[in-house]
Design a protein around this ligand. Structure first.
Ligand code: SF4
Ligand code: SF4
Length: 314
């Protein structure tokens, strides 16, 4: 293991200063993308290499439409679990807008930006919820962003994962890219990944890791991936027009969150204190109630305008 853990010329120029400070990796995304798994792999890898490691994370708001992030710091001595703003060495984003949101934490002189161009539009981005309203999602393209960072990779990891037959391995593809920015042996990465993924998915995860590394070897640092269409997400600019809200009564714990947070005031609690629709005609299908329900009791479907009642209730 080299003194510096960054594959970075700037680090090599000043090895003493580099060795004295920890390496800072910030992993960001939204709920369900595997931010915590990436963070655990990173922390375990550094620990196996003999570094002191500190890790902190926030993921409690994931189901509520918020982001998930994890700080991993490792070095010969690490005093604080959180990375000071502007001191991130590698920012790894599993979702495009989350990457942009944390960009100002990246160190501009030595930082590396790695992002999936996957865009998950949170309900909060729909400031105007009327049919056909434009989204409040960032329009910044990989080209715009990569011109502002020292080293950057923007790739369609989610698309690559789908082609591998398992959309959930996008995070492992990004780990493959991350592995090219840090100085740990490839076999160590593979051993640690194997430790953290479900046994049935070991093979596809190891292939995904290799895909990430190959992608860097093929493309180097790139702007927009030619495979990526960066126009507004299809189907989101014009939301389907017939939302239907299904409430699983047995799962509702009467917390009232959906009633209070529905922007159109569509919901209420009935006599038994169970959520129900009181004004379905006002529902825009924004899915805020579905995202916010802590008990997964709500499901919002958007049906074609001409769906029959049978199709709607199927
Ligand atoms: S948020 Fe969920 S649990 Fe709470 S009242 Fe609404 S449906 Fe019930
Ligand atoms: S009921 Fe749910 S989907 Fe419909 S407008 Fe209210 S929060 Fe949005």
């Amino acid at each position: 293991m080299a003194e510096t853990t960054l594959n970075d010329d700037a680090g090599a120029e000043n090895a003493e200063a580099t060795a004295a400070r920890p390496t800072n990796v910030l992993i960001v995304g939204v709920g369900g993308q595997g931010v915590i798994m990436v963070s655990k792999v990173m922390a375990t890898l550094a620990q196996r290499a003999g570094f002191e490691v500190k890790q902190s994370e926030v993921h409690g708001m994931a189901k509520r439409g918020g982001g998930v992030f994890s700080h991993v710091r490792f070095g010969h001595k690490v005093f604080s679990p959180t990375i000071p703003r502007g001191e991130v060495d590698v920012l790894l984003a599993l979702e495009w807008a989350e990457g942009l949101r944390w960009l100002n934490h990246l160190n501009r002189s030595r930082g590396t930006f790695i992002a999936d161009v996957k865009r998950i539009v949170p309900p909060f981005a729909c400031r105007n919820r009327a049919d056909g309203a434009p989204l409040g999602y960032s329009r910044e393209t990989p080209k715009d962003v990569l011109s502002r960072v020292r080293t950057g990779y923007a790739l369609n990891a989610s698309g690559m994962a789908e082609r591998l037959g398992n959309p959930r391995v996008a995070n492992t593809i990004l780990l493959g890219v991350l592995s090219t920015a840090l100085d740990f042996p490839e076999e160590e990465w593979l051993a640690v990944i194997e430790q953290f993924v479900p046994p049935k998915t070991v093979e596809v995860n190891l292939r995904a890791f290799g895909e990430g590394r190959d992608w860097v070897a093929r493309h180097g640092e790139v702007g927009p991936d030619e495979e990526v269409d960066f126009s507004p997400p299809a189907g989101l600019e014009t939301p389907p027009r017939r939302p239907r809200v299904f409430i699983e009564r047995a799962w509702c714990k009467s917390c009232d969150i959906c009633v209070k947070m529905c922007p159109e005031r569509c919901l209420e609690l009935d006599e038994a204190h169970i959520a129900r629709m009181r004004a379905p005609e006002r529902c825009t299908g924004c899915r805020l109630c579905e995202y916010l329900c802590p008990d997964f009791a709500i499901r919002v479907l958007r049906l074609p305008q001409d769906a029959s009642e049978e199709e709607a209730s199927a």
